[in-house]
Structure formats: C-alpha cells, structure tokens
Design a protein around this ligand. Sequence first.
Ligand code: ZN
Length: 418
Amino acid sequence: MTTATTIDISQIRINSDRLWDSLMQLAKIGATPKGGVCRLTLTDLDKQGRDLVLGWARDAGMTITIDKIGNGFMRRAGRNNSLPPIMTGSHIDTQPTGGKFDGNYGVLAGIEVVRTLNDLGIETEAPIEVAFWTNEEGSRFVPVMMGSGVFAKAFTLEHAYAATDTTGVSVKEELQRIGYIGTQEPGDHPIGAYFETHIEQGPVLEDNDVTIGVVQGVLGIRWFDCTVTGMEAHAGPTPMGLRKDAMQVSARIMQEVVAAALRHAPHGRGTVGMVQVFPNSRNVIPGRVKFSIDLRNSTDALVDQMADEVKAFAAKVAREAGLEVKIELVSSYSAIGFHKDCIDAVARAAAKLGYSNMPAVSGAGHDAVYMAKLAPSGMIFIPCKDGISHNEIEDAKQEHITAGCNVLLHAMLERAGT
Ligand SMILES: [Zn+2]
C-alpha cells in the first residue's frame, strides 16, 4: 500500500471512543444491576459475547479460526504470511461478580489495533492476530486459564473436556452446545510474539500515579494445606500449661506466613485465607486446625525460600508445644519472567508516547503465562480504580484504557514490522 509511506508511524494513535464504546457494548451482555458483568464461560451469554466479538473482527476484514478447546483467533494478513503472527489477546469470560474490563479489555484492545491499522491503510510485514482464550477465569470449570493451558500443552484436551461444573455438565458438552468446538488442534498455530493488555487488578500503579505498568513477569505461587493436631479439652478446667491447643500453634504459624512475606519484599506475598477449626466450639480447646497457606514471589528461589522458612518455623513451634503439624503442597505455579525483547518493546512504546511508566509484576495468573512458554511474551498493565477487580465495581479510566491500547499498537508494530 502506498498510503503507509505518507504516514509518520510514530505519530499514530488508536480511536479512543471506538474502543470505549465496544467495551461498553460487550459489557451489556451479562450486565449486572451493580454495573458489573456476569458472563461465565461457555454459557449462552458467553456465546453471545463471542459472536459479537467475532462479528467485529469480520467487519474489520479479519479471518477466523476456532480450535478444539474453543479458543478464537482473528487474523489480519501481513505482507509476508509465512511469518508467524504477532499476537495479542486475553479472555472474555468473567467471574460471577466480574467487571467490564478484566480480560475484555485485552481482546478489544487487539481489535482496536486492527481497526486503527485499517483506517490508516498500514500494512505490516508479519500478520497480526487477536485471540480470546476459553475459560480463563476458572470459575465455572477448573483449571483456570484452560484454553491457553491446553494450547501450551500444560494439560491435555481430554483433561479439559472432562471438567464439569456444579451441575455435572462438561466442557465438551458446553462447547458443542454453543457451537464453539472448532477443528484446529490446540497449539497447532505458531506465534511470533505475544502481548497482553490488562487492568492491573492491584493498587500499585494508581498508588504511584503511573499510567503504564511494564510487566516484568508473574509471581510464582505455592499453595499448601497446613494441619495442626492437638487435643480437645474443656476450656475451663484445663490449666494453660497443660493444653495442646491447636489454634494457638496455628496462630503463630499464620503470623509467620505474613512475616516471611515481609522479609522477602517487595514482591513477597503471604496469605492465610481459609481456616477450619475443630470442633469449632466456644468452650472447647481446639484439637485440630486446618488452614491454607498462599505464598508468592517474583522468582521460584524466593518463594521456595519463604516456604522453607515457614515450614522450619512450624516444625519448631509444634515441637515446643508438643503438637503435630503437617504441611502439604497442594499446587505450585512457577514464576514467569517475560521476554526481554517484549518488555523493552512495551517500555519503548510507553516512553515514545509520553506516558508515565514503571516496571510492574503480576500477582495474578494470565493467559500470557502460558504463551510465555511458546513465544517471546510481554504484558501491559493500566491502573484500575482502587486496584479492585473480580468485583462488579471494577472500573478504569478511558484515558488509561486508551494509553494501554496505544502502547499495544506501537509494541505490536515494532515486532510485526511496517
Ligand atoms: Zn483477566
């Protein structure tokens, strides 16, 4: 195309109102009275959302492929279509109390990039693709990040198909029912590089009054179940020195979970979110306490170090109190460092466009975690109000939505070549 030569690529910007309008339109499907969205994966509402997004992609001249786990790929041809596409994407399923932006922003930002390139008649060397990944949220079916996980061969298609919701309906049945079981083998689809734009879902950018988070990686996660076993006894007649109080020992271990995270700042996280006390009676010294431990940090070495410290502390206090403590690993997710070239492309784009930016880490999992196993990958974060997500009050400013999409546009153009 000749028009491209007359355009100063460094000056191009996306259409802010068009992106915002598309977000608001998609948010009507499954809208909740409190201003959020409930669009659980593979429901009729999810089908409506998918249909709407694919319609927009067709209108933008993109070609569509659906794979066997229902991931959708929308492709804008490049000059050299033998090159692997430069991809962006995210998910359009939500939590039961979800918001308008989590995931949806990443998909529609990709569509807006393509619409902008179409408006300006800009051709890229490599093709551009926008993906939506099936069941990122993991609310209706486990595991989370199902579509991207199957795509990256983290688990098998059969494993994902067999997952059932609380009513016993399977993923495969629902994919068939809503007409989104495609023919392409998941993963049979090369990727040149992957970028994902997402609201931060945390308070750091807003707290620092910064527009763009240049995401360096995703925190490694270790989930444990801790069980402390003592002896039930009457709360009155049993003197303090003669008790085997499982709650007292548990409380000390819980404090250590937080202390370990604080010792391994700035990215250490330690959370006890679930506690079961037996027999859970006001005048009985607890004989057994079971609780969850969630540890996170930016490298596997750091998160394993935190786990070792908590385990050593638990063994020590249990020994002193004469109680038994058992800590079992339930799940483990490796820390992900994104690719230097993609991190740099995001940082360069933000700087070039004049947006304030800072390095960021993701405390939550994203589809980009699995893509990072397959191709150079990176993420772009924008602030969300009070850092709140997975909540109907989730909110983001149009200027930030626009900024993140402009950064995506320029980072993708740099990788795709013009
Ligand atoms: Zn998300």
